[in-house]
Design a binder for this molecule. Structure first.
Ligand code: DAH
Length: 367
């Protein structure tokens, strides 16, 4: 084999080897093997002086070309290998569909809660929070709820047998006695209304707050009842606050929450902590107040009434204002409270409150 033929075959092998290289370490050893100090190129060059004189010129030229080609190909390959991920073994199949990561979503109750808070925040209400473990004074006594009121009964409230210090009566600072009117038994709050008291005890009017949170009642679970649910309480106190303000604020809320064509009405009611008190109904969001469905049957959601109740409200009772040390001759206010699950059930057509706590992916992923 002539020197020239030998060179051709070395070149062919070298380019094949180079083509198969997949990482920069292999490229380095390839470089050393061919162009290194003891490399193949050096070896071939050292044989030129032994060639016949007429062969020397051509052989030197071809050898140089070979060196340049190798150097150029190595330089071209280098950046590709550096940026490519260094994978050993078989390459993954990049054409396979990606893995779908389930990132979850907001629970329908919390979504409804956030929507409600959003509507009132835009009307200038601040958000306030209070403890879920309350004392009897805040949950009942300060709210003008008399001792014989059924909601104070053990059937309607979770009382706790805590061995900690008895809560003090906030107003008198006296140790509360377990069975007294100002009794200091600990309990799980049965509504968010005690936070009205906590806010007013800490602040001077004017104030405008909403209170989202969990409440607890020892109700047997059923499609409409669950021992834990959520409420949003509202309170606005200042000079010259009247029922008109309550109506204006709630009308905006109903239209924002249930749609611009929603109408609201007040229905006289009774709550110990408001006077006068009223329940608020909206036009049924299923039959739009028509009382019947498309088949002319009585609407099952509003039972053919055309209206559904969504919250309780009223003007803050003067006794409640006096209980927190506000001058009830100078200041007036309104309050309201609504059940969040009830509103979520109406909005999303859910017929069983227990679904909210069962953690069924099939249920939750619909929202
Ligand atoms: N606390 C009442 C309940 O749980 C709801 C309520 C009614 C709150 C009227 C209020 C109100 O602030 O004014 O049934």
């Amino acid at each position: 084999m002539s020197f020239q033929q030998e060179l051709e075959s070395v070149k062919e092998t070298a380019l094949k080897e180079l083509g198969a290289i997949k990482d920069s370490a292999a490229l380095d050893s390839f470089n050393t093997k061919y162009l290194g100090r003891k490399g193949i190129f050096r070896d071939l060059s050292s044989r030129i002086p032994q060639l016949a004189n007429e062969e020397k010129g051509q052989a030197g030229k071809l050898l140089n070309e070979f060196k340049n080609i190798l150097a150029q190909r190595i330089a071209e390959k280098e950046p590709d290998l550096k940026s490519a991920p260094q994978v050993s073994g078989d390459l993954p199949d990049f054409t396979l569909p990606g893995e779908d990561k389930n990132i979850g979503r907001q629970h329908p109750v919390y979504r409804t809660l956030a929507d409600i808070c959003g509507i009132f925040s835009r009307m200038g209400f601040e958000i306030a929070y209070g403890p879920e473990i309350e004392d009897e004074y805040h949950n009942f006594t300060s709210l003008n709820i008399p001792l014989n009121h059924p909601s104070r009964d053990a059937f309607d409230t979770f009382y706790l047998n805590l061995k900690t210090e008895e809560p003090k009566n906030e107003r008198t600072g006296k140790e509360a006695e377990s069975s007294s009117v100002e009794g200091g038994r600990w309990l799980l709050r049965s509504h968010t209304s005690p936070v009205q008291i906590r806010v007013m005890q800490n602040r001077k009017p004017p104030l405008k707050v909403i209170v989202p949170g969990k409440v607890f009642r020892p109700d047997k679970p059923s499609p409409k009842h669950f021992p834990m649910f959520h409420q949003v309480e509202g309170l606005m106190v200042g000079e010259g606050i009247s029922f008109t303000h309550l109506k204006g604020i709630l009308d905006v809320f109903c239209k924002e929450a249930f749609g611009a064509s929603t109408e609201m009405r007040f229905r006289p009611s009774f709550f110990p902590f408001t006077e006068p008190s009223a329940e608020v109904d909206i036009t049924c969001i299923i039959c739009n107040g028509k009382k019947v469905n498309e088949n002319n049957e009585s609407c099952p959601t509003c039972h053919g009434e055309g209206w559904i109740e969504i919250l309780g409200s009223g003007m803050v009772h003067p006794n409640v204002l006096e209980n927190v040390g506000y001058d009830s001759e100078k200041y007036t206010g309104f309050a309201f409270g609504m059940g969040v699950e009830r509103i979520a059930m109406l909005k999303y057509h859910i017929n069983d409150i227990r679904l909210f706590t069962e953690n069924h992916i099939g249920f939750l992923s619909q929202f």
